[in-house]
Write a protein that binds this ligand. Structure first.
Ligand SMILES: Cc1cc2nc3c(=O)[nH]c(=O)nc-3n(C[C@H](O)[C@H](O)[C@H](O)COP(=O)(O)O)c2cc1C
Length: 323
């Protein structure tokens, strides 16, 4: 193929890409058309210096947006060939997508694409019903299809050991005033195109909770409405931990999240044990896996909830670069 993508194709696909999750809903991405190729870059103005000093979270979010972008282009009949981090001199550019041979989308692409607009982080308690074996298998396959692994933490002992690692990481983070200030700055009690709305924050945490909840100013909890006693915890990992591995993991994360949504499952993310280096290593050792944990998810059957706002797509598009 010699012809490139058009500005209209970019705009349509970017509008779906921005539905990806991001730390504190910062939406740290920019999109532009360069010589007929779509380029996705980290937005340096939306970094979180205290929460995400290494840029791991921004790369995971951009990887997730990249997966949506790939799906949107494929479903429109113009799938992309993707190069990750194409410019060594410009590491903020996450990917460059050029048109591949046009083809019809596969049924799998169509169902994952259909889940983009329905997916959201569900931080409320889930029903106690277990996640069926075939759905667990599909989630693992979704991670493997994107060169990552998904380890399910099974059994009370393993879940309790994980919870201990997660709670201690949470305590370490909460002791850092810069981290707390940053988290508080992204809580939104009024309608806003970014940040975490208080209504999406889940119920206030209580001492009996097994897993630590990042505080986003959630609602008071109705009496007796506790979290599920044995949550399904899933750890997503990649083979390495380079910047490229993190972008790969972001794509795998989104594929797992969309697969869960398509299977009628709810998910919330908890990344405290990823953000604290000692906790991340303890988690890796407890799983007995090579590679690096990149995200933790709580998966189950949730109550209905709402998607969170995004900035208008035109705010994340850069004007075409003219040579
Ligand atoms: C790298 C990363 C880390 C995240 N960590 C957490 C977390 O620790 N706790 C949490 O409740 N949500 C976490 N999230 C979810 C975001 O807060 C959420 O995606 C964002 O607010 C947008 O909401 P949505 O997922 O409903 O679209 C994380 C998301 C990403 C991409």
């Amino acid at each position: 193929m010699t012809t490139g993508y058009t500005a209209e194709q970019l705009r349509t696909a970017a509008a779906e890409a921005v539905r990806a999750p991001s730390l504190h809903n910062t939406q740290p991405w920019r999109f532009r058309l360069v010589d007929g190729g779509i380029e996705l870059a980290v937005d340096p103005l939306r970094r979180l210096p205290a929460t995400d000093p290494s840029g791991w979270g921004a790369r995971i979010a951009c990887g997730a947006a990249l997966f949506n972008l790939r799906l949107a282009l494929a479903v429109a009949g113009t799938p992309a060939t993707v190069r990750l981090r194409p410019y060594p001199g410009d590491p903020d550019v996450v990917a460059r997508l050029v048109p591949d041979v046009p083809r019809r989308p596969t049924p799998a692409e169509q169902s994952l694409h259909g889940a983009i607009s329905r997916r959201f982080s569900n931080r409320a308690p889930f029903w106690p019903d277990p996640v069926p074996a075939d759905a667990r298998w599909r989630l693992g396959e979704a991670a493997r299809a994107e060169q990552c692994w998904l380890e399910l933490v099974i059994g009370t002992t393993a879940v309790n050991a994980f919870a201990e690692i997660a709670r201690s990481a949470h305590r370490v983070l909460e002791r850092d005033p810069a981290y707390v200030t940053e988290r508080t700055r992204w809580i939104r009690s009024e309608p806003s195109p970014d940040g975490v709305p208080t209504g999406a924050g889940g119920p206030q945490s209580e001492p009996q909770d097994l897993l630590p909840q990042r505080g986003f100013g959630g609602r008071d909890r109705a009496p007796g409405r506790d979290f599920e006693p044995e949550p399904l915890v899933a750890v997503l990992g990649s083979t390495g931990n380079t910047a490229t591995d993190q972008i790969v993991a972001g794509q795998a994360l989104q594929r797992v999240l969309l697969t869960a949504t398509d299977a009628g499952l709810a998910v919330s993310m908890l990344s405290q044990p990823i953000e604290v280096p000692g906790a991340r290593e303890a988690l890796r050792l407890s799983l007995g896996r090579f590679g690096t944990p990149q995200m933790v998810m709580r998966i189950g059957f949730g109550q209905p909830g709402r998607t969170t706002p995004r900035r208008p797509v035109d705010e994340v598009l850069d004007l075409p670069v003219v040579h």
